[in-house]
Write a protein that binds this ligand. Structure first.
Ligand SMILES: [Ca+2]
Ligand SMILES: [Ca+2]
Ligand SMILES: [Ca+2]
Length: 330
């Protein structure tokens, strides 16, 4: 009972503060170790369907000081990245702002086709294997917040960062932090980030559950969840105020599957918690996976790194306390 109370207090005090300061991509709530982008000559069955990862960053209008976009381990080589033969992969990271960087329809698709590089190119750098950037940060910026695209619906200026596998056949693992400092990770109040497709690395340890949190607006009546190259690694489970662990279809090696799930009124204007639960038996290592979620009109739903409205909890006898306690321990 005391343990339960303690967990409750942790949830009460820690989660709201995480919601305000959430500049790590992936975030603590997602418990995803790394994003991954493979080189352009890679085989998709290694877990990346299109060798391109796109994130949007929303800087609230109240932020007047410059911001920096920092990339951890941008090079492809060394201990974190995934080699195929020798490391020979080049990855470009490019920051865009300005009108249309988000609002161009091609920027909001799952595949990098058409004018997905829309907006003003603000900064770019291409990385090969480079010990200087192994296990360390590279900083883009400073950017004036107003260099982003003002989008009233998001309440701020939107920037876009595209990671693209230029050449090679290895997997580049990396993560981001949005900071007020070029040298350190200094959180900015009210920043949030989202993507329409996530390509990420799972933990090797089967006790870790990773999450993504697509936001359901009031028009969503069903979601279609698509996942790629899950390698039959356990379950993909859906939790919300009305769902207590319904499972989505899971993919095998190098294939897409999708499954449709109705959404009820209570689940609207809130986030869905999609949980990636590894199999406990044979350990599956270095599992990279891709996921996106569409509504009944085929429109992609954004996944916010800090779930809008908080992490949804089933209003019933769900064992969510245990799941969240497990996550917060890290
Ligand atoms: Ca290689
Ligand atoms: Ca890397
Ligand atoms: Ca995989």
């Amino acid at each position: 009972m005391i343990k339960l109370l303690y967990t409750y207090l942790i949830l009460w005090f820690i989660i709201p503060s995480l919601e305000v300061f959430a500049q790590a991509i992936p975030s603590v709530e997602e418990n995803i170790p790394y994003l991954v982008t493979f080189g352009a000559q890679s085989e998709t069955k290694w877990g990346d369907d299109d060798f391109c990862g796109i994130f949007f960053i929303v800087i609230p209008t109240k932020q007047v000081d410059p911001v920096y976009i920092r990339v951890y381990d941008p090079d492809c080589g060394g201990d974190i990245d995934e080699p195929k033969g020798a490391f020979d992969t080049k990855t470009s990271f490019t920051v865009y702002g300005g009108k249309s960087c988000w609002s161009d329809p091609d920027a909001q698709k799952t595949d990098p086709v058409g004018n997905y590089k829309s907006g003003n190119l603000l900064a770019t750098k291409t990385f090969a294997e480079n010990p200087k950037y192994n296990n360390s940060w590279y900083t883009f910026g400073p950017f004036n917040p107003t260099e982003g695209e003002m989008v009233n619906d998001f309440g701020g200026y939107v920037f876009k960062i595209i990671a693209q596998g230029v050449s090679g056949d290895d997997g580049n693992l990396y993560k981001y932090f949005i900071s007020t400092s070029p040298d350190e990770n200094e959180a900015i109040e009210g920043v949030n980030s989202f993507a329409y497709e996530y390509t990420f690395r799972m933990h090797d340890n089967a006790n870790n559950i990773s999450h993504i949190y697509p936001y359901l607006d009031d028009k969503v009546v069903s979601v279609n969840i698509s996942d790629f190259d899950w390698d039959t690694d356990g379950l993909i489970r859906i939790v919300s105020v009305a769902k207590n662990g319904i499972t989505a279809k899971v993919s095998g090696e190098g294939n897409w599957v999708s499954s449709e799930h109705p959404i009820v009124t209570e689940e609207k204007n809130a986030s869905l918690d999609i949980q990636f639960i590894k199999a406990k038996g044979v350990p599956i290592k270095n599992n990279n996976v891709v996921i996106y979620v569409r509504n009944q009109y085929g429109k992609l739903l954004p996944f916010y790194v800090t779930p809008i409205g908080g992490i949804p909890k089933f209003k019933g006898k769900i064992n969510a306390t245990k799941i969240n306690a497990n996550k917060i321990k890290k």
